[in-house]
Design a protein around this ligand. Structure first.
Ligand SMILES: Cc1cn([C@H]2C[C@H](O)[C@@H](COP(=O)(O)OP(=O)(O)O[C@H]3O[C@@H](C)C(=O)[C@@H](O)[C@H]3O)O2)c(=O)[nH]c1=O
Length: 149
């Protein structure tokens, strides 16, 4: 759906009335999605990172709670530079949105709330993804610090 080679935050919205609420991201579609999976952590503050894919792109949204999402475009798959640009986003059920992470990127996230649950929509089938999975230490790049301000 999106051939940009930069992460794109597709913003949505929430409609609330006397019945309840509807969260939506109208500009997102499933045209290149082949599978989905949901991820949560046992506690807030836990980091799952860095997982990189040469061919797989993914879309991620927060179904519940909030999380910091990181994305880094890989320059050298065997020894990526530590100085690469780290794209950093906060996804939350309170501000409906879908984050597009292009192929060629490492991604990861840190849960900000105990109840955080993320859905990933992947453009690869699992068997394609398994052969396209490059992992680096969770703090190889470190967008997980929260500055008190
Ligand atoms: C992602 C996924 C995992 N699994 C299985 C495989 C494995 O036995 C178990 C755990 O998978 P993983 O160890 O890959 O889970 P994890 O290490 O949390 O990796 C996941 O984290 C996020 C940040 C990513 O970027 C993805 O690459 C995804 O693989 O779940 C599926 O069956 N289907 C799926 O779509």
């Amino acid at each position: 759906m999106t051939d940009e080679l930069k992460p794109v935050l597709i913003k949505g919205g929430m409609a609330v009335d006397d019945r309840g609420s509807v969260s939506f991201v109208n500009d997102f579609n499933f045209s290149d999605v082949k599978r989905f999976y949901m991820v949560d952590n046992h506690r807030s503050g836990f980091v799952r990172a860095w997982h990189a894919h040469k061919n797989e792109a993914k879309y991620v949204t927060a179904v519940k709670g909030s999380a910091i999402i990181g994305a880094v475009k890989i320059d050298n798959w065997d020894n990526p530079s530590k100085d690469l640009e780290v794209h950093r986003f906060v996804l939350s059920e309170k501000t409906p949105a879908v984050l597009y992470i292009p192929r060629g990127y490492a991604n990861g996230f840190m849960t900000l709330t105990e109840d955080a649950k993320l859905i990933f929509y992947s453009t690869s089938e699992l068997k394609e993804s398994i052969n396209d999975d490059y992992r680096y230490d969770a703090r190889y790049w470190n967008p997980w610090e929260i500055e008190e301000r």
